[in-house]
Design a protein around this ligand. Structure first.
Ligand SMILES: NC(=O)C1=CN([C@@H]2O[C@H](COP(=O)(O)OP(=O)(O)OC[C@H]3O[C@@H](n4cnc5c(N)ncnc54)[C@H](OP(=O)(O)O)[C@@H]3O)[C@@H](O)[C@H]2O)C=CC1
Ligand SMILES: CC(C)CCC[C@@H](C)[C@H]1CC[C@H]2[C@@H]3C(=O)C=C4C[C@@H](O)CC[C@]4(C)[C@H]3CC[C@]12C
Length: 352
């Protein structure tokens, strides 16, 4: 149990005396009976979600449902053989952008297995149709697509309105798409940076604004897929990195405002390292020395992070957290390590 995640008041109750496991609740949950060290007459029963390990509790009576997930529905139920927490987002209404391939496609499949209502989007209709068919096959409560380009901000709003018409509301907005750019030294083309900002950043802000009324009603989640290149400056990705840093500025500030305004909509910024999507492998293999992490696992970690209302997700943890610690404490060491990660002999300007 990650007791440190609990509010101080509850932590005191949990830590002393040590909690005693009393009974197994529903699968995926455990019921604990706790007694306060200061006032032993205070008995607290709490159900703890096995996924997030954060408890919700009320004095002298059982908690109605698991922790912060009460906002998202019932606690976790059974896990499928593949290890899916398959009711995590059951019945929830989710938009996934950039879901015709790569990590977005894998997120759609995980959500389908969990029984969500899914609306996916990207430009290529043929690919979207195939992903929707696969989602239906995997058990999605419903699966839909809308094709279009995010360089058109009117289209970005239309996606949200389509979800409203289809589902009558929205629980989770997963912003994942990226526009095409080059993997190479900055060519001085600032117009390209502006165009990429529109796709990778302004469309995210536009969709967030359009979806906010629905997310406020559902106490929902905004999930923003960023990159280690959105926290640390790296060579060969100047336009891309610019757009990802912009996401951090916008969404981290917005998160703080939500807290001040008591807006119960979570914002999860996902800091992702090198992943084995077709586009990434095609673009950087041979140049980047480190191995690529699996897209299926990456997709699940992003969804879990959003569901758990985490501030940030780090995937893979070691490949993102350690460089981030070095960034602030030993930037010169980080710089040397990063440069060693690039095989510039194999480098040739490639399209992303
Ligand atoms: N793969 C990696 O190594 C890493 C990826 N990430 C992040 O993960 C996310 C997904 O990356 P990944 O799966 O590799 O990317 P992919 O290239 O596999 O997928 C990109 C998706 O965006 C869509 N897309 C492209 N251009 C547009 C456009 N103009 N308008 C709307 N949709 C568009 C694509 O579909 P279509 O072409 O049909 O429009 C596709 O569905 C991104 O946010 C990326 O920054 C972060 C770190 C590392
Ligand atoms: C430990 C780390 C700090 C080391 C650096 C890791 C570097 C090499 C990793 C981290 C983030 C990665 C890029 C990324 O975020 C997204 C994309 C888009 C995709 O379509 C094509 C590949 C690309 C450009 C990735 C290229 C490789 C990057 C720069």
């Amino acid at each position: 149990l990650h007791l440190r995640r609990l509010p101080l008041q509850q932590r005191d109750l949990l830590l002393s005396p040590p909690p005693r496991q009393r009974a197994e609740g529903e699968e995926g949950e455990v019921t604990w009976v706790l007694r306060s060290s200061q006032d032993p007459s205070t008995v607290m029963q709490t159900r703890v979600c096995s996924l997030c390990c954060v408890s919700s509790a009320s004095s002298s009576q059982p908690a109605a449902s698991c922790c912060m997930h009460s906002a998202l529905g019932p606690p976790l139920a059974a896990q499928d053989p593949a290890g899916h927490q398959n009711s995590m987002l059951k019945g929830k209404r989710v938009i996934v952008t950039g879901a015709s391939s790569g990590i977005g496609e894998q997120m759609a499949y995980h959500l389908a297995k969990m029984g969500s209502h899914i609306l996916i989007t990207a430009r290529t209709e043929e690919k979207l149709k195939k992903v929707v068919a696969q989602c239906t096959h995997l058990g999605a409560a419903s699966a839909h697509y809308i094709a279009g380009s995010m360089d058109n901000l009117t289209f970005a709003k239309q996606v949200v309105h389509k979800a409203e018409n289809l589902f009558g509301g929205l629980d989770m907005l997963i912003l994942n798409h990226i526009g095409h750019t080059y993997f190479g030294y900055f060519d001085g083309n600032v117009d390209h940076v502006r165009d990429l900002l529109k796709i990778n950043f302004l469309s995210y802000a536009t969709m967030t604004v359009a979806a906010l009324p629905m997310l406020k009603i559902s106490n929902g989640n905004i999930v923003v897929v960023s990159s280690v290149a959105g926290k640390i400056g790296l060579p060969l990705t100047v336009p891309y990195s610019t757009t990802k840093f912009a996401l951090d500025g916008f969404f981290s500030s917005l998160r703080m405002e939500f807290i001040q305004q008591k807006t119960n909509v979570s914002i999860t910024l996902c800091i992702i390292s090198y992943i084995d999507t077709d586009s990434a492998l095609k673009t950087v293999s041979g140049v980047i020395q480190q191995p690529a992490a699996p897209k299926e696992e990456c997709a699940l970690e992003i969804i879990k992070g959003g569901f758990l209302r985490k501030r940030e997700v780090y995937y893979q943890y070691h490949a993102t957290k350690i460089p981030l610690l070095l960034r602030d404490w030993a930037p010169e060491i980080l710089q040397s390590l990063l440069l060693m990660n690039y095989n510039m002999d194999n480098f040739q300007r490639k399209e992303v």
